[in-house]
Design a protein around this ligand. Structure first.
Ligand code: ZN
Length: 204
């Protein structure tokens, strides 16, 4: 699995491509904005996208969904608790109409196994940042959205946020993983489980 990172949109969201290097098929994670630019990158590398995995329903993680969905025809996955955020997408920060990105093709539940692009992903529900937040585990990497960041955690002051639940999700689902498992968050640099267990000030 080769991982490519694109930073998209005004909130500098990390949009990832998890690529099967043998087949040139790939999975797209969190097309947060700049859908046309994401499509250009997909075309540049000659990739076929088999699935679009959403870690959660915030606007800065789904803003480019329309273009990449149309451009790739790939199925869209989102956690159960955030499913309605696709069909009733309301900006948290900017005034404007409620948008509809279309319902997800697959509603993800805890411990679901997702096979796409010849890669295997395990879904772990991690509510707290939103109701339906999901981390996707592939090989030794976790696409963890806004659940945990390098030495920080996701904000919980937006609708559906719950700080106690977020810490519980991190402690029960992420911290038990091996030290060298890579965490690929929705914003900012990558980190790993061992570092966060020791150094993340929110988890001490
Ligand atoms: Zn978020």
């Amino acid at each position: 699995m080769k991982i490519r990172l694109m930073e998209v949109g005004p909130f500098c969201t990390n949009c990832y491509l998890a690529e099967n290097e043998e087949t040139k098929h790939a999975v797209l994670i969190d097309p947060g904005d700049d859908g046309d630019r994401i499509m250009d990158v997909i075309k540049k590398y000659g990739l076929t996208i088999d699935a679009i995995l959403l870690t959660h329903g915030h606007e800065d993680h789904i803003g480019g969904l329309k273009e990449v969905r149309e451009g790739t025809g790939a199925k869209v996955y989102i956690g159960e608790g955030d499913a309605d955020m696709l069909t009733h997408a309301k900006s948290m920060f900017f005034p404007g109409p409620v948008r509809n990105y279309g319902a997800a093709d697959v509603i993800v539940k805890d411990n679901d196994e997702i096979e796409a692009a010849g890669l295997k992903f395990k879904a772990l529900t991690t509510p707290g940042h939103t109701r339906g937040g999901v981390c996707y585990v592939a090989e030794e990497a976790v696409f963890c959205g806004d659940t945990i960041f390098a030495e920080s955690v996701g904000r919980t002051d937006l609708p559906g946020g719950n700080y106690g639940q977020l810490l519980k999700s991190i402690k029960e689902k992420i911290l038990p993983m091996a030290d060298d498992v890579t965490l690929l968050p929705g914003h900012g640099p990558a980190t790993n489980v061992g570092w966060e267990r020791k150094r993340n000030p929110f988890l001490q």
